[in-house]
Design a protein around this ligand. Sequence first.
Ligand SMILES: Cc1ncc(COP(=O)(O)O)c(C=O)c1O
Length: 383
Amino acid sequence: MKTYARLPLTLVRGKGCYVFDDNGNKYLDFVAGIAVNTLGHGHPAMVKALHEQTQQMLHCSNLYHIPQQVELATKLAALSGLDQAFFCNSGAEANEAAIKLARKFFYDADSNRRTVITATNSFHGRLLSTLTATGQDKVKVGFDPLPAGFIHVPLNDLHALTHAIDANTAAVLLEPLQGEGGVNLATAEYLQGVRKLCDEHGILLMLDEVQTGIGRTGTMFACEHASIQPDIITLAKGLGGGMPIGVMLASEKVASSFSPGTHGSTFGGNPLSCTAALTVLKTIETEALLDNVKTRSQQLQQGLTDLINRFDCLVALRGQGLLLGLLCSCEVAPIINLCRQHGLLVLPAGTHVLRMLPALNISEAEVSEALMQLEKSLNEFST
Ligand SMILES: Cc1ncc(COP(=O)(O)O)c(C=O)c1O
């Protein structure tokens, strides 16, 4: 169906941070499948692990214990400071699970708390629950009736949040760094204030780290920059490095509201996807990729700042780690097309932000190459 305005490009192969089209043309990949290909393409550890796992078992159902799932849950719990994991296949499903768990938690406590507060310009997915949670009207048009129980407040405005919380509020759901909505950072002070407000009111803080989680911002989870502990974290995208997997992590107190029959997924947490996620986590550690994200981010930010100083159409740099956005005074689509012609894949976040999110193992030379390709494209655009 015509749900995508596809670009005139057919990608057939990838190696490291490069992808190749059906005519053999090579592109430097600063899209990474929209923050998915954490280790780039064809990483030897991933190829080996998936090859071995396909010989053992692809799928067996959550009716049975799955050792890879247990190992992954244990690792994610240790990394996040949370206790339990529910596995699914996508970001939207992880957020749907979080919304259900928040409601069930307060139902079990005989409380009326049902409403979830989210931020303006947020993006939480395309399911009916998650598009209603999303703070952008354009994704909702034509899909009435939408589920009740969602309120939106401006990001980084604690006053607005304080006024929105009432006796019906169950949870606040936030992206620490909004991706789709324009690469908008929730400040550390704001996130700390939100944590405090949630504690004062006895409501849950749920962080959607579907785009920011698993090292993208230079820490395993973006909320670490604010030193806060959420009650729930949702992940997907980069977790599987290209295999579909999503997860909701929760504290034991909250997670215990899910019991057999309250939620489920046929494919969620299957042996193959869990193997991919375990390989991503292991490789981030063995190749010190969090350090690489920080160093390459500095290099990229320096180069982008130089370009902002030279090109009138570039207004400001946004983001953290390897989720960076260039705010432009014009629409970014023509610049993105020129980049593609010069062999660089980048993507928009809204109409006026050019977004860059390469694999976490991007090299110094590749960042330099991307900056040169972007500069060429901007020169051509400006003349
Ligand atoms: C922050 C965030 N949450 C949720 C989603 C939805 O994820 P999925 O497309 O895997 O359902 C996205 C996708 O862009 C996202 O960026």
